[in-house]
Design a binder for this molecule. Sequence first.
Ligand code: SF4
Ligand code: SF4
Length: 340
Amino acid sequence: MEKIDRSYLRYLRYTVQWGIFFFLVYAGYKFYLFVEHFTYAETLTPAPETILSMRPPSVEGFLPIGALMALKLWLTTGIFDRIHPAGLVIFTAAVSMALLLKKSFCGWICPVGALSDTVWKLGRKIFGRNFILKPYADYPLRSLKYALLLFFVYVIVIKMPPDAILHFLEGDYYKIADVKMLYFFTMMTTTTLISLSLLFIFSLFIKNFWCRYLCPYGALLGILSLCSPLKITRNKDACIDCGKCAKNCPSLLPVDRKIRIHSPECTGCLTCVSHCPAKGALDMAFTKNSIMNPLVFAILIAGLFFGAVAIGKITDRWNSAVTYEEYKRIIPQTSMLEHP
Ligand code: SF4
Ligand code: SF4
């Protein structure tokens, strides 16, 4: 057997994931200062343009339901959401990545995925292992995220007409949906705190608990990723049956027993490839004989995501059109605004 060491792929992924994570923490802090200005507008008086420039559009990545509505509106009418355009750009990038490069948004970009990964590794350190649910519990639990997805698809994609979507997107509630999201974390209710604590505890024991069982965004990307021409592919002639790929797969996929991984759970994280010691045994590939260099795969992921962001910025589809005066009027009423 010719040996190979591709552990660098793991470090590359951690660098991308955590780079984005810390960027978003910084963006969250800037957004907090932006919102504070409107909460205590009387004490600070910089120019409105200076205040608006403090608002990081990237926080709109946390509004995928609004982005799903905006995507439907865009595809059916050509109208591009001007309230949270960055949210639509990020969502479109994630969908395109899923169609071409597996569920790589989850494996390489999503900050929740990065956190989830850290929590189960912490659990493994504390308890010496992670736990795998038996199929009779695993399958019904996994269907939860698809049930949530089905609900959103039914309500938004099937039932909601484009004019109703436009009305919602242009309303006051959606204009400060990002502020509501911020308050979800900075002004936690007891229910939120208990739910997040439970999520943390379950995530210590079970790998990627949120992603595996509850995230409808991941469910959507997983289904779309079935169309991706690239799949993890095992060459059984070069494979030495060491089982390291399956043992290290965060999605618990039986990589060592399959020739091609068709699962919607595969995030394209390349962890299996990075652990495989046999040259030519495991790769991301179009077909068994048409392999893609994993570095090229990683570059394509970064290129597609950051390329979409760059196009959004260049075409002026990144910054929100909500004005300073609108924020000044709406933000102080955030807690009173109900879903229309
Ligand atoms: S099969 Fe490989 S690429 Fe897919 S989730 Fe498992 S470790 Fe990641
Ligand atoms: S494909 Fe999996 S089982 Fe085969 S050599 Fe690589 S890590 Fe071992």
